[in-house]
Design a protein around this ligand. Structure first.
Ligand code: G3P
Ligand code: CA
Length: 239
C-alpha cells in the first residue's frame, strides 16, 4: 500500500503561489508540505510541461491552447503575474525542471497526467518516460493519477512499479471494477461528493482514498476521522 502524507499541495501550493510553477513548489516546501500534486501536459513539440488548463489564457500572458506552442515559446510566457506582482515573469516549468526541484526540496510527488483530448497515451508515455529517467531508485516513486483510463493503462506499461490513482468526481458505482481493471490501488475523489459509507467501503476494499480540493480545516479533520488517507489542498502545511 502506498504511504501518503495527510496533505498534498494542490498544483504545488495554488493558494500560496502561481499554480504549477517552481515558485509554487518552493512555497509548498516552505509551508512544510511533504508532497505536491502537479498537472502535466505536452507542448507542440512533445515536451512535458506543468500546466492545468487546455488554454493559456487564465494563468499566463499567452492565448490559445498550450498544445499549440513549442516548449521554447511556452518558456517565454509569464505564468506568475496573474497571481501577483511578486511573481512577475515566473515561467511555465518543464516536468524535468519540476521533478529536479522536488528532489532537491525533498518533496514527494503526485504527477497528474492532464492530456489534451486525443493525446492521453502520448502524454502519459512521454511524461512518465521523462520522470522515470531522472527519478532515483532510492526515493519513493511518484504517484501517477489521471481522469483518463488510457493514460493510466499507459502508466502501467511505462512505470509498472509506480502506484496509480484513478481520478473521479463523484465516486462512480463501479469504482471497484474500474480500479481493479486499471490496477489502481488509489482512488482520488471530489471531496464535496463523499459520504461516510462510501469512504468506509473504499477503505474496506484495501484502497487508499485521496480527496480534492479542500482548504477548510474543519472539514479536513472530519474526513481524516472518517478514514480518508490524504487531502489535496491549495494551502498545504505539515499538520
Ligand atoms: O488531485 C486532484 C485534482 O488536482 C484534480 O483536479 O482540476 O485541480 O486537476 P484539478
Ligand atoms: Ca490536478
Amino acid at each position: 500500500m502506498i504511504v501518503v502524507p495527510p496533505q498534498i499541495g494542490h498544483r504545488g501550493a495554488a493558494g500560496l503561489a502561481p499554480e504549477n510553477t517552481l515558485a509554487a513548489l518552493r512555497a509548498a516546501a516552505r509551508a512544510g508540505a511533504a508532497m505536491v500534486e502537479i498537472d502535466v501536459r505536452l507542448s507542440a513539440d512533445g515536451r512535458p510541461v506543468l500546466f492545468h488548463d487546455d488554454d493559456l489564457d487564465r494563468t499566463t500572458n499567452g492565448t490559445g491552447p498550450v498544445a499549440a506552442l513549442t516548449r521554447a515559446a511556452l518558456a517565454m510566457l509569464d505564468a506568475g503575474s496573474w497571481f501577483g506582482p511578486a511573481f512577475a515573469g515566473e515561467p511555465i516549468p518543464t516536468l524535468e525542471q519540476a521533478l529536479t526541484l522536488c528532489l532537491e526540496l525533498g518533496l514527494a510527488v503526485n504527477i497528474e497526467i492532464k492530456p489534451a483530448a486525443g493525446y492521453e497515451v502520448e502524454t502519459a508515455r512521454v511524461a512518465l518516460s521523462v520522470a522515470a529517467s531522472l527519478w532515483p531508485d532510492d526515493r519513493p516513486p511518484p504517484l501517477v493519477t489521471s481522469f483518463s483510463s488510457e493514460a493510466l493503462k499507459t502508466a502501467r506499461e511505462i512505470v509498472p512499479d509506480w502506484s496509480r490513482g484513478l481520478l473521479v468526481g463523484a465516486v462512480p458505482s463501479d469504482w471497484h471494477a474500474q480500479t481493479q481493471e486499471l490496477g489502481c490501488a488509489v482512488l482520488v475523489a471530489d471531496q464535496a461528493e463523499l459520504d461516510r459509507s462510501i469512504i468506509g467501503a473504499i477503505g474496506a476494499a484495501g484502497m487508499t482514498l485521496l480527496v480534492y480540493t479542500l482548504n477548510d480545516r474543519e472539514r479536513m479533520r472530519m474526513l481524516w476521522r472518517d478514514g480518508i488517507a490524504a487531502i489535496c489542498t491549495d494551502y498545504p502545511s505539515s499538520s
